[in-house]
Design a protein around this ligand. Structure first.
Ligand code: FES
Length: 504
């Protein structure tokens, strides 16, 4: 560590990194377009200029190594003038169409301009116009007029996915981002370029014009598309007279899980959360009061005590699994986490996607919940009631005539609700809290609280009622019963780096 002075304040910083990294780490505002922590420096935008005592000219912080004793100014009048001039240059051909731009509200160019812009245009010539809507493929749409040519998107396809699909064509003020020979973007991580774009040039076809970003509330959660369980933000909004709806998933930086990125399939899986939600409880396919259905379930379980099998999804949270284990004990039942539907041999790659589609199989293993197929078959032969929890694969019962009642407790509507004697809806993963251990053994706590559209309870409440127990919060359950177990397992420390995608 060395000492530097920034705007009159002394800071202890690392000496083996570029200045911009430590400035940002210390929450010092330093405008930048081309630098990104996942891609490093490129030095093309010049927005990160700072004054360093002893240097004749301003220097770019993204390419200046830190030295002990440096005295830096980020806000002097001359630096503000430099930034103003660079912004004036960036905006010469920019359409300044913020009012209809999807990036408005989270646009670096807009923010910097509001901080140090010139406000009064001195331009008397006509702007150079470019194409406003170029479909690059993979849900990515380019507005060439808004682009500041920072090359983050180009470097993403070069350094992270190694697919090299994007480049810059032409020269001077005719330079544009493009795919070579107009080939569409095809790599499974392409939509990350939309997050990387610091301005409104690259937008998502899926999200554009759907919602102004300042209405969105971000919640910290995890993606439940596969066992990687990437850290995400769930951006949702409840408009007056409308249901709370999710508008997009965005990657949430987590160096131990997904770095700065997520795959496109996971990103678009938010749609599943908005759809296919049956909000009413059913008994023999007839709509029923939620609490009465829960009571009916309770008496059915009591009647068939010791002849019950709980078939649970390996994507339930640790707290939910623990509650089902308690139910297993209470009703002298059996429990299985075997689920063939949670694998897809064609899904995974060597970056963030896994063939295992369950978000908490490591949790299942931690709680010693069996997932052996033969043991499941044995349990099915000796059961009268099967309770599917968080899953809907009733076909598994095809050859078991001994099963008298099938029950489903799930957040998604079963494919054939009429096949179940009782169906009880519960909250989906974006409406509840819970802990999950991903495929690499990394524990994450998800706390998204998107409002449910009805009185649906969470699985922990349902289980507590079946156990005649007080309902505890997830946090309490974790603290009382899970924290010791989790502390005893060894988590792998993994590092996400750019790597080759063999699947491409
Ligand atoms: S961020 Fe330093 S030159 Fe672009």
């Amino acid at each position: 560590m060395v000492t530097i002075t920034v705007d009159g304040k002394e800071l202890k910083v690392k000496d083996d990194v570029m200045l911009i990294e430590e400035l940002l780490a210390n929450s010092i505002s330093i405008p930048h377009f081309c630098y990104h922590p996942a891609l490093g420096k490129d030095g093309n935008c010049r927005m990160c200029m700072v004054e360093i005592k002893g240097q004749k000219r301003p220097q770019i912080a993204c390419d200046t190594p830190i030295k002990d004793g440096m005295v830096i100014s980020t806000k002097s009048d001359s630096i503000q003038e430099v930034k103003r001039s660079i912004l004036e240059l960036e905006l010469i051909n920019h359409p300044v169409d913020c009012s209809v731009c999807d990036q408005s509200g989270e646009c670096s160019l807009q923010n910097y301009y509001m901080d140090v812009g010139l406000y009064e245009s001195r331009l008397s010539t006509t702007k150079v116009h470019s194409r406003k809507k170029v479909d690059l493929g993979a849900n990515v749409v380019l507005d060439q007029e808004r682009c500041v040519l920072c090359t983050r998107c180009v470097r993403f396809t070069k350094e992270i996915t190694k697919t090299r699909e994007l480049g810059i064509l032409n020269r001077t003020d005719h330079s544009v981002i493009a795919t070579f020979e107009d080939q569409p973007l095809t790599d499974p991580y392409a939509m990350n370029v939309v997050d990387l774009c610091p301005v409104g040039a690259l937008t998502s076809k899926d999200f554009r014009f759907n919602k102004r970003v300042w209405f969105l509330e971000p919640e910290e959660s995890i993606c439940n598309r596969c066992a990687k369980a990437c850290s995400i933000y769930v951006d949702h909004h409840k408009a007056k007279y409308e249901a709370d709806a999710i508008f997009r998933y965005r990657p949430r930086f987590n160096p131990k899980v997904n770095g700065y990125f997520i795959c496109d399939v996971g990103r678009l899986s938010y749609k599943i959360e908005n759809e296919n939600r049956l909000s009413v409880a059913l008994i023999n396919n007839e709509q029923n009061n939620y609490d009465e259905t829960s009571k009916e379930l309770k008496s059915l379980l009591a009647k068939h005590k010791s002849k019950i099998l709980f078939l649970i999804s390996p994507s339930l949270s640790l707290e939910e699994m623990l509650m089902i284990k308690k139910l297993e004990k209470f009703y002298d039942a059996q429990i299985s986490g075997y689920d063939v539907n949670e694998y897809d041999k064609d899904f995974g790659d060597d970056y963030l996607k896994c063939n295992d589609l369950s978000t908490n199989r490591r949790g299942l293993n931690l709680l010693n919940i069996d997932e052996n197929e033969n043991i499941l078959k044995e349990a099915l032969s000796g059961s009268e009631i099967v309770v599917f929890i968080g899953r809907d694969d009733i076909e598994i019962l095809d050859n078991y005539k001994n099963i008298q009642s099938q029950i489903c407790i799930s957040s998604s509507t079963p494919k054939n609700p009429q096949s179940y004697n009782i169906y009880l809806p519960v909250l989906t993963h974006t409406s509840k809290e819970g802990s999950y251990i991903n495929i690499d053994g990394y524990l994450q706590f998800s706390k998204a609280k998107v409002l449910s559209q009805n009185d649906t309870k969470n699985l922990i409440e349902v289980a507590s009622e079946l156990l005649d127990e007080k309902v505890l919060s997830c946090e309490q359950i974790y603290k009382d019963e899970l924290s010791k177990m989790v502390d005893n397992i060894t988590f792998n420390e993994i590092k996400i780096q750019s790597r080759k995608l063999s699947s491409i």
